[in-house]
Write a protein that binds this ligand. Structure first.
Ligand SMILES: *[C@@H]1O[C@H](CO)[C@@H](O)[C@H](O)[C@H]1NC(C)=O
Ligand SMILES: *[C@@H]1O[C@H](CO)[C@@H](O)[C@H](O)[C@H]1NC(C)=O
Ligand SMILES: *[C@@H]1O[C@H](CO)[C@@H](O)[C@H](O)[C@H]1NC(C)=O
Ligand SMILES: *[C@@H]1O[C@H](CO)[C@@H](O)[C@H](O)[C@H]1NC(C)=O
Ligand SMILES: *[C@@H]1O[C@H](CO)[C@@H](O)[C@H](O)[C@H]1NC(C)=O
Ligand SMILES: *[C@@H]1O[C@H](CO)[C@@H](O)[C@H](O)[C@H]1NC(C)=O
Length: 486
């Protein structure tokens, strides 16, 4: 498929700071092969800010999880320090998991919501023999995720057996305190399994906060039937449409005992966000106005070709009401304004993308972005299309004047892309370079698109806000878009 999977085929050799029988301690001192990277500060980075990436790291040797003849698992304990760093001010995506797996070769596992652990075929399959602790920063309804910032215990499936919002119970007063996983700050985690008690505990705390005595998650579970004798321990993380860098700063593990404490003074720490060098990475984003306009023109032409090919051949000179210069200019303009553009008046690459999304829907549905005279349900085109999609009838929104002279998959692509680009939150929209990739069919739309589109607060309000403010900002991009459309 299209995913860039820099999968966990890299074998990882640690310089083990302190080697102990049945365990190890790693204090930010890794030696890696394959796709994983050191950052400038000597930290180990599982994924960088590329979309749809997977990064993994395993302790290179398998560990003997069952050394008794009766096949029951031994106890284990591990602690690690991690940090998730956002790319500029985007929304976080996707997360990382500590895992116990029968193999280091997880070929076929997917990025995005699958965290590089499973794919849609083997998710939930008992033959995975995987126990994982997910640190998940996106909400995937198909896995019953509780929010966009949670910790879960996973057994062979991304549908957690038990999960909780990320946080900890204060040792002094027992009060629950939230932790933002993607804050960029180092966070320490403890995973402890007591074999005789068949109890698995997971605890989190901000760095330099002593270990909370009450775990965040405590689950009675016998892992013996799940795991095999020889298992590997490590981490897997992924990015999707949204990205963040996942770092492991220190790690220790022990079978049949308590994992050695990490010497936190020896961990390489983040000071601030080490992202400034990335700013210039994507010339399409930085060189906005000119590049943006050119890309919009190319993308628009692609859409027009897709949708108008057949129609124009038959109905050469039919002018539709939405094609009328005057009305499109006014109605189009207000529907094209991204909520944040309405607020700030400052056009950015992502306000261009928003305008483009409105344009896709307008062309495909043959309706204005805002139809003031219709019922509330139909008034906002984006919401109207979205509601049909939710009912599984997205293609019913296609312009009837097109006489079904379109290919279902092309029409669906344009409609869904229109919705994605019309995301109410700027950071949730794709980049124009990504839009082109979708349009050219070089990549499929993200699998969790539905959840992603849904994950915008106040759907509908933003557009109303835009209506109120429509006369203020100047819209060079929108105007050029409209003229291209003729
Ligand atoms: C991210 O990692 C992949 C694979 O390791 C690499 O090809 C890509 O260039 C990296 N991207 C950035 C922005 O560092
Ligand atoms: C399990 O392993 C430990 C240490 O490796 C050893 O002392 C013990 O005898 C083993 N138990 C069995 C039943 O093999
Ligand atoms: C399996 O054997 C180990 C010792 O080797 C023992 O501690 C454990 O209780 C046994 N488990 C069961 C279910 O008999
Ligand atoms: C990983 O497993 C796949 C099949 O599942 C196999 O084709 C591939 O060669 C394996 N890679 C390694 C490095 O063992
Ligand atoms: C899912 O992963 C399994 C195990 O790695 C692999 O055998 C299978 O081909 C994958 N399925 C898909 C659809 O990629
Ligand atoms: C798990 O937490 C409980 C407290 O909720 C504690 O009694 C138990 O000893 C802990 N078990 C492990 C393996 O840490």
């Amino acid at each position: 498929m299209f995913y860039k999977c820099y999968v966990g085929l890299f074998l990882l050799m640690f310089k083990v700071a302190a080697s102990i029988e049945n365990g190890f301690v790693v204090n930010g001192n890794f030696e890696l092969g394959g796709g994983a990277e050191f950052s400038q500060k000597g930290l180990f980075r599982l994924t960088n800010s590329s979309t749809f990436g997977v990064g993994r790291a395993f302790y290179s040797q398998p560990l003997n999880f069952k050394n008794s003849s009766n096949g029951s698992s031994v106890s284990f304990s591990t602690t690690f320090v991690f940090a998730f760093v956002l790319d500029e001010d985007h929304l976080p995506g996707q997360g990382m998991a500590f895992m116990i797996a029968p193999s280091k070769n997880l070929t076929g596992a997917l990025p995005s919501q699958y965290l590089g652990l499973f794919n849609s075929t083997n998710n939930g399959d008992p033959s995975n023999h995987v126990v994982a602790i997910e640190l998940d920063t996106s909400q995937n309804p198909e896995f019953g995720d509780i929010n966009r910032n949670h910790v879960g215990i996973d057994v062979n499936s991304l549908e957690s057996v038990k999960s909780a919002p990320a946080g900890y119970f204060d040792n002094e007063n027992g009060e629950f305190k939230s932790i933002v996983l993607s804050s960029g700050e180092p966070i320490q985690a403890w995973v402890e399994y007591d074999a005789p008690e068949t109890q698995l505990n997971v605890t989190l705390a901000p760095i330099h906060t002593s270990k909370p005595s009450l775990p965040l998650l405590s689950l009675n579970i016998d892992i013996s039937p799940i795991i095999l004798e020889q298992m590997y321990v490590g981490f897997s993380s992924s990015t999707g449409q949204l990205v963040q860098s996942h770092y492991v700063l220190g790690w220790s593990f022990l079978l049949d005992g308590k994992a050695p404490e990490l010497d936190l003074s020896k961990l390489s720490f983040f000071t601030g966000k080490e992202q400034s060098k990335r700013k210039g990475r994507d010339p399409l984003v930085v060189g906005l106005s000119i590049t943006g306009v050119v890309l919009l023109i190319i993308a628009t032409i692609s859409i027009l070709i897709i949708l108008w090919r057949r129609k124009k051949a038959e109905f050469t000179e039919i002018l539709e009401d939405w094609e009328d210069l005057q009305t499109t200019h006014v109605a189009g303009t207000l529907g094209y304004i991204a909520p944040e553009l309405a607020r700030s008046g400052k056009p950015t690459p992502s306000t261009d993308v928003y305008a483009f999304g409105a344009f896709c829907l307008e062309v495909a549905c043959g309706r204005r972005p805002v139809e003031p005279k219709t019922s509330a349900k139909e008034m906002i085109l984006v919401d109207w299309v979205y509601s049909f999609w939710m009912e599984g009838k997205i293609l019913s929104t296609m312009d009837p004047k097109l006489d079904r002279e379109w290919k279902a998959e092309e029409a669906e692509l344009v409609l869904k892309l229109g919705l994605l680009c019309s995301h109410g939150v700027a950071e949730g929209r794709p980049r124009m370079s990504q839009v082109l990739i979708y349009l050219k069919g070089q990549a499929a739309l993200p699998e969790n698109l539905n959840a992603h589109v849904k994950a915008q607060e106040g759907r509908g309000e933003s557009e109303n806000h835009a209506i109120l403010c429509y006369s203020s900002p100047s819209l060079t991009i929108t105007n050029s878009l409209i003229s291209v459309g003729r």
